[in-house]
Design a protein around this ligand. Structure first.
Ligand code: AMP
Ligand code: MG
Length: 465
């Protein structure tokens, strides 16, 4: 078993982390292994001892990272990896640096009241949804392995089977990583972190404000991509907002079935702060927090505030441009402009009024089946006539690349978890296979494309804790 580690974060000053090893588990058993990803990382074999946390592989320098963050808008001065341990980094076959992290690997100095563990449900949820996002072409952390620990984890629902996820990411640097040093007034550490982040993720960026621009651009694209597939992140706290622009932290996230702008799944999001339609605003809010942290690096704060404000204020237009590109393609327009916003929004309004399924409505656009998703069929026909007049040409190729046929539906995820708890990994394997080619319409997976019936609807999702 070899992992070609090439660690850089562990060489940063010791106030960025605490060196700490995973806590061994009773009976590690490999449940899921991502062969293609392993190959691309140069990781040779699915060793349950390594990915369950029982053996630290050669070259690893296990550590828990320090960060803070705003949770639901309130600043928490210290978070940090409470249930995750970074083993180290590798350079993948394209030369990109990737973190290899165990999640659910036991307590760390940042665990606070938590046990540092995860149960099988959220581990397999993250595995399936993050890999589905990757297949959809959306920047995301990846899943390399899921190992059952053989130990129970106690949650509100009682004892549940424990598991460890191996997460692979461009890095685990977050807005919260910057916030902790800014809030503590540790300006040297903040400067070191800024240089490290520029070198690792945005080498073209010029200084702290260049970094801010680059992260704003990456987050603007990301949130537009989420919107375009009906994805609701659920916990867009600043500690769950990456500097790389990858989606991270698949806790109470979900893909929408019936379209509604105000849709919320997370059981703890009572105010709807992270509702589907609020996500663009929150992405901007998160970048304002990054800006606030980075401003601490400047002597002339007034000038820095003015420049940073301009950068953050440019973001809504960037998000709208990316949104237009994506939603334009979804209705068959390769070059949507602001004149097309009303055409797109009129469809969404109609979908919302009629409870149309987000994924399947777009997947069927351009065919006779599209109108079946609506109660107001005449209204849809009138809209579709406008669409055809606007696009003029056959747009089926553009639409086929923009509209997935299959997404990980909540009720299928829940059914997969129930089966896995009973020892049946069949539904997991099948979901993974179906979601690996989301733009193909494969009849053998028609049942997985179906929206939930009234009885099957999963109204809320819960955090992984
Ligand atoms: P999250 O909601 O997953 O972003 O986690 C927020 C914070 O809570 C992070 O600092 C986590 O490391 C910590 N945390 C979540 N679950 C646990 C757990 N079971 N044990 C220890 N810390 C946890
Ligand atoms: Mg988190």
């Amino acid at each position: 078993m070899t992992i070609p580690f090439d660690n850089s974060f562990a060489a940063l000053p010791p106030d960025f982390y605490t060196k700490t090893a995973p806590t061994p588990v009773q009976a590690p058993e490999m449940l899921a292994w991502n062969d293609a990803l392993a190959d691309s990382l140069g990781v040779t074999d699915p060793d349950a001892d390594v990915f369950g946390g029982n053996r630290v592989p050669d070259g690893a320098e296990p550590l828990a990272q320090l960060y803070s963050g705003h949770q639901f808008g309130n600043y928490n001065p210290q978070l940090g990896d409470g249930r995750a341990i970074l083993l180290g980094e590798v350079l993948d076959h394209t030369g990109s640096r990737r973190d290899i992290q165990l999640k659910g690997s036991g307590p760390t100095p940042y665990s606070r009241m938590g046990d540092g563990r995860a149960w099988l449900g959220p581990v397999l949820r993250e595995y399936v949804i993050s890999e589905a996002m990757h297949a959809l072409g959306i920047p995301t952390t990846r899943a390399l392995a899921a190992v059952k620990t053989g130990q129970a984890v106690v949650r509100e629902q009682g004892p549940l089977p424990g598991a460890v996820l191996t997460r692979v990411a461009a890095s685990h640097l977050r807005v919260g990583t910057f916030q902790i040093f800014a809030h503590r007034g540790e300006i040297d550490a903040l400067a070191t972190l800024t240089d490290y982040s520029i070198a690792r993720h945005h080498p073209e960026a010029d200084g702290p404000l260049g970094l801010l621009s680059a992260v704003c651009a990456a987050q603007a694209d990301l949130v537009a991509a989420w919107m375009s597939v009906g994805f609701i992140h659920g916990v867009m706290n600043t500690d769950n907002c990456t500097i790389s622009g990858e989606t991270i932290d698949y806790g109470p996230c979900a893909f929408m079935d019936a379209y509604h702008e105000g849709r919320v799944f997370s059981s703890i999001d009572q105010m709807g702060r992270y509702a589907y339609g609020n996500q663009p605003r929150i992405a901007v809010w998160n970048m304002a927090q990054l800006a606030t942290a980075l401003i601490q690096l400047f002597d002339d704060k007034e000038a820095a505030v003015a420049q940073a404000t301009e950068i953050v204020h440019a973001m809504p237009d960037q998000i709208q441009a990316a949104w237009l590109q994506r939603f334009g393609a979804k209705i068959g327009l390769p070059d949507a402009g602001t004149d097309d916003i009303s055409l797109i929004e009129d469809l969404l309004t109609l979908m919302q009024a009629d409870g149309a399924d987000f994924t399947n409505t777009f997947a069927d656009l351009g065919s006779d089946k599209a109108r079946d998703h609506f109660l107001q069929r005449d209204a849809f026909d009138a809209w579709d006539t406008r669409r055809k007049e606007r696009i003029g040409v056959d747009a089926s190729d553009i639409m086929a690349r923009a509209n997935p046929q299959i997404i990980p539906r909540n009720h299928q995820i829940e059914a997969m978890i129930t089966a896995a708890v009973d020892g049946d990994m069949g539904p997991f394997q099948r979901l993974m296979q179906a979601l690996s080619r989301p733009f193909d319409r494969d009849p053998q997976f028609d049942d997985l494309r179906r929206p939930p019936t009234e009885q099957e609807i999963v109204p809320a999702t819960f955090c992984g804790t």
